[in-house]
Design a protein around this ligand. Structure first.
Ligand SMILES: Nc1ncnc2c1ncn2[C@@H]1O[C@H](COP(=O)(O)OP(=O)(O)OP(=O)(O)O)[C@@H](O)[C@H]1O
Ligand SMILES: [Mg+2]
Length: 408
């Protein structure tokens, strides 16, 4: 197993997740469509790709489309087309359906060119027809097909931000559901995945039934033993000497086994050992690396996306509310019920219906794994994330309950 802090991992570099893979595989074999959710960097893309490889070994066709960049239904159908490119029977049917776009003398086009050509032939009037044809061709294959649409919620959020966004998002989700519900065979099977909550999104739009054919599966963190085993295996593979207890100390410092955080911690400890010419790492080093590297400048890149993703997802007012909630929870240990009342008071004149905005934002923050509900309010399950947000705000933050009194 190699250390990895970048994109998805597979094969030898894919660690653990046996129980989750088993459940997902069973559900797919039983003919269920799935909504795979999980906090950022939990390993969603890795696990669906791993599942795809397993099923390919059993004779399935695996199609994977990342639709993060799609801005319209036409873009998304073009992404699906690109995913089918290696599967000749499907892609050539699509090509025949749009034969005017393809120069007959040119036999082969690469996947990207294929996408560009298909995209050029799609418009608001025909994407449904071509999209449905593509999925019908998947259903018509002798082999069963698993189709993954990764980052669908990002696409929907982008649609929502466009003109008539709510209507377009509804049209797309209704179309997708109708097509999949129209198939009699247990193929293609659809997995929709993403870190931003699709459920809160359809709830907000008042159309929760549009995704009710998807069986939800939430990918959780690794448990303590898995994190320790992964850490120790990495240390062994890189011949990094660590004292007993180092892996456990790393887990305790993180507070939550998000695979990417475990990998980052290992990568930073290894750099630390190299920089300081250390033969063996101690539990003390774990604390130092956590403070100076994970929370410090080298770790910023890993964590800054948590903030940018919120900015991309939430509207302006809700983004500001989210920042207030996270800053309070990070610096005060939790976003308490009384802090919530203070926040409502502070924003009452600026945002109408502020209480329901706060509830919506909290729902997103809990759903997306930033916070969890506790008896005293909402707090961070991940110590790393808590400390990171706290470091962002600590020096210029007044607790909500003190702010109302500032004018007295
Ligand atoms: N099963 C695994 N074994 C080893 N490392 C993993 C595993 N799953 C995730 N990781 C680590 O987490 C990182 C992110 O994985 P991946 O891209 O699959 O997560 P994701 O949930 O899809 O992330 P995003 O929310 O950004 O889409 C990988 O680069 C790797 O460091
Ligand atoms: Mg992903």
């Amino acid at each position: 197993m190699e250390s990895s802090t970048g994109r998805w991992v597979s094969g030898e570099n894919f660690f653990g997740r046996e129980p989750e893979l088993g459940i997902l595989e069973r559900r797919v074999l039983d003919g269920n469509h799935i909504l795979l959710t999980g906090q950022r960097r939990m390993g969603k893309t890795s696990i669906v790709r791993e599942l795809g490889q397993r099923l390919e070994a059993k004779g399935w066709i695996f199609l994977f489309a990342d639709v993060e960049g799609a801005a319209s239904a036409e873009d998304l159908i073009a992404d699906l087309a690109q995913a089918t490119h290696p599967v000749q029977p499907i892609s050539s049917r699509l090509r025949t359906g749009m034969r005017h776009l393809f120069n007959e003398t040119v036999e082969e086009v690469g996947a990207l060119d294929f996408r560009v050509k298909i995209r050029a032939g799609l418009n608001p009037a025909n994407w449904r027809r071509h999209g449905e044809q593509l999925l019908r061709d998947c259903a018509g294959q002798d082999q069963k097909v698993l189709l993954v649409i990764d980052e669908l919620p990002i696409f929907l959020n982008r649609l929502l931000a466009s003109e008539d966004g709510a209507k377009r998002a509804d049209e797309f989700l209704s179309w997708l559901r109708a097509v999949f519900q129209g198939f009699e065979s247990r193929s293609p099977i659809l997995i929709v995945s993403g870190s931003i909550g699709l459920q809160p999104l359809v709830q907000r739009l008042g159309i929760p039934d549009r995704i009710n054919y998807l069986d939800p599966f939430r990918l959780g963190p690794w448990n303590r033993d898995t994190c320790i085993a992964c850490f120790n295996l990495l240390a062994e593979n890189y011949q990094l000497m660590i004292e007993d207890g180092v892996a456990a100390a790393a887990y305790d410092a993180l507070g939550l086994g998000i695979p990417h955080h475990v990998q980052s911690f290992f990568a930073r400890l290894r750099e630390f050992a190299i920089m300081n010419e250390r033969d063996i790492l101690t539990e003390n080093d774990v604390g130092t690396v956590f403070r100076t590297m994970l929370l410090g400048p080298p770790g910023q890149n890993d964590l800054v996306h948590y903030e940018s993703r919120l900015k991309d997802t939430l509207e302006y007012d809700n983004y500001n509310i989210a920042m207030e909630i996270l800053a309070e929870a990070a610096t005060q240990g939790s976003f308490s019920h009384s802090a919530k009342i203070c926040l409502e008071g502070l924003y009452a004149h600026m945002i109408s219906g502020v209480a329901s905005h706060i509830s919506d934002v909290l729902e997103v923050l809990v759903h997306d794994g930033y916070l969890e509900s506790t008896d005293s309010g909402s707090s961070f399950p991940s110590r790393l994330l808590k400390e990171w947000w706290a470091a962002r705000f600590r020096d210029h933050y007044t607790p909500l309950e003190e702010r109302g009194n500032e004018h007295d």
